[in-house]
Write a protein that binds this ligand. Structure first.
Ligand code: PBG
Length: 304
């Protein structure tokens, strides 16, 4: 009765990985319990999540090909676009969010276009805007740019509005830190940069004030929601962001946070269910309105 913070499946967003092919549900070795799903399996996963009360998913694509222009990222028959159309048709009420980034589609694995070995911020903006428009046309309700280029929210908002897609919302990965906790995801999404790292565009883990500035800029450019990522190592940032902005704040419990709980509980070192519920409650208590978590479906079952 006196509990201050409650968890509900209604606050959760399930990240899902979609691949080409059919009838495929391939386990992801770095993320036990998570799968690469072909479109038909994605549809059944979304049907189940919706029935459990999870209102939203965020889609990550595994393209058939990678090149230096990230062409499949904005192709009409790209894997995310195919997944969007299928889920939109089968589970019309599901809120469809897409990760807008280029790293999974680039042969070099960086989140932007490389010119002379460096990510070119402004050239990248045009491609990101193209990706967002193509996702929205295929049925995305919300596009979530995770690339961390400067000015991308404004570029995407402008491009969506030009195409008459003013109803498509933007969830900005605003405070996205250059984190070691993305390791298992990069295996899962085949998106590790081949050379260098992402510290040129993602944030320094030491900086909290800078996170507030990133949030402020994204909101000014038209972000409808902002995100802090990862979640648990950045609860202080989450709290400060919650206090500094009026838009909904999401937190991403990332692959490394997930993998740590899975590994420790598989070894009998911690109680899996208690650790999952405690971590998510802590993220909500720190200020998250919404949580992106690989545990969304699992938690919905526990709470039902
Ligand atoms: C793409 C992207 C990443 C994640 C979400 N979108 C990887 C990265 O930035 O390297 C990480 C998600 C996770 O670790 O669960 N840029």
């Amino acid at each position: 009765m006196v509990r201050e913070t409650r968890l509900s499946p209604a606050d959760m967003i399930a990240p899902l990985f979609v691949r080409h092919g059919s009838g495929l549900r391939e386990p992801i070795p770095s993320m036990p319990g998570q799968y690469h799903l072909s479109v038909d399996q994605l549809v059944s996963e979304c049907t189940d999540l919706h029935a459990l009360g999870v209102p939203a998913v965020i889609l990550f694509g595994l393209p058939a090909y990678k090149d230096e222009a990230a062409a499949e990222a904005y192709a009409d028959e790209g894997i995310v676009q195919l997944g969007l159309r299928a889920v939109r048709e089968a589970v019309p009420e599901m809120i469809l969010i897409t990760d807008v980034c280029l790293c999974q589609y680039m042969s070099h694995g960086h989140c932007g276009v490389l010119l002379d070995g460096q990510v070119d911020n402004d050239v990248t903006l045009e491609l990101l805007a193209q990706v967002a428009v193509s996702h929205a046309l295929a049925g995305a309700d919300v596009v979530a740019p995770s690339d961390m280029m400067d000015g991308r929210v404004g570029a995407i908002r402008g491009a969506l509005d030009n195409e008459g897609l003013s109803g498509t919302a933007i969830m900005a990965y605003s405070a996205k830190f250059a984190s070691a906790f993305y390791g298992p995801f990069r295996d899962a999404a085949h998106s590790a940069p081949q050379e260098g790292d992402r510290r040129g565009y993602q944030m320094d883990p030491a900086n909290a004030r800078e996170a507030l500035r990133e949030v402020e800029l994204d909101v000014a450019e038209g972000a409808d929601m902002v995100m802090v990522k990862p979640a648990m190592p950045y609860l202080d940032v989450l709290r400060r962001v919650r206090e500094s902005t009026q838009v909904p704040v999401a937190a991403y419990q990332v692959s490394g946070e997930y993998a740590m709980i899975e590994a420790a509980s598989a070894q009998g070192l911690i109680d899996r269910r208690a650790a999952v519920l405690e971590s998510l409650t802590a993220i909500r208590r720190a200020g998250a309105d919404l949580i992106l978590t690989y545990y969304a479906g699992q938690v919905a079952k526990w709470l039902s």
